[in-house]
Design a protein around this ligand. Structure first.
Ligand SMILES: [Zn+2]
Length: 187
């Protein structure tokens, strides 16, 4: 079985990761309910991978090479830095569906561990309702607003194989990497 300290990325330095791209671009599979042993293991691995790192607000299972509909994200201290210690400080959503969107859209710059070195202006809804299962397999309905709504939409996009570079907004790349990205985005 694959262990997954590694984050799957579309590219790494000046190399395009074909295999990782394939998985990151695919629609992730739903977890069957009630969760079987594989499902429980995948949930546990994603949470552990997330808790081990201090550079992410959230993580979607495809980002560690597991093509399943599981996401985890900090729900309070909205800062990449610092590890999450308390169970209450993060949410796990399994097979999440956005059931309602409200409010205006807001544009902000986002980065993504799977798209290293770039940032993209992404327009997102400021209020969403989500139907999902929690890590015990219980049905839940949650409402997210503001920046947290943005984080949740970003993570759910991953389950559809959608990444920040697929949004319409401007893409910012570091000057010294301009050539690589010019070629990359030409395709
Ligand atoms: Zn991401």
């Amino acid at each position: 079985m694959m262990t997954n300290k590694k984050t799957w990325k579309l590219w790494e330095n000046d190399r395009v990761n074909e295999e990782e791209t394939k998985l990151l671009r695919r629609k992730a599979d739903e977890l069957p309910l009630p969760f079987d042993e594989d499902g429980k293991r995948d949930i546990r691995i994603l949470i552990e991978s997330f808790l081990r790192r201090d550079d992410a607000l959230g993580l979607a299972a495809p980002q560690i090479g597991i093509s399943k509909q599981i996401v985890v994200f900090k729900n309070k201290q909205l800062d990449e830095r610092g590890r999450v210690k308390n169970e209450k400080d993060f949410d796990v959503l399994i097979n999440p569906r956005i059931t309602q969107i409200r409010g205006d859209k807001e544009t902000a710059t986002e980065g993504c561990l799977s798209c290293p070195d770039v940032s993209v202006e992404v327009s997102r809804h400021t209020e969403i309702k989500v139907k999902a299962y929690d890590r015990q397999g219980k049905k839940i309905n949650k409402r997210y607003t503001g920046f947290l709504a943005r984080v949740v939409q970003h993570e759910i996009d991953h389950l559809e194989g959608k990444l920040i570079i697929d949004h319409d907004g401007s893409i910012y790349v570091p000057r010294e990497r301009q050539k690589f990205f010019n070629d990359y985005f030409k395709e």
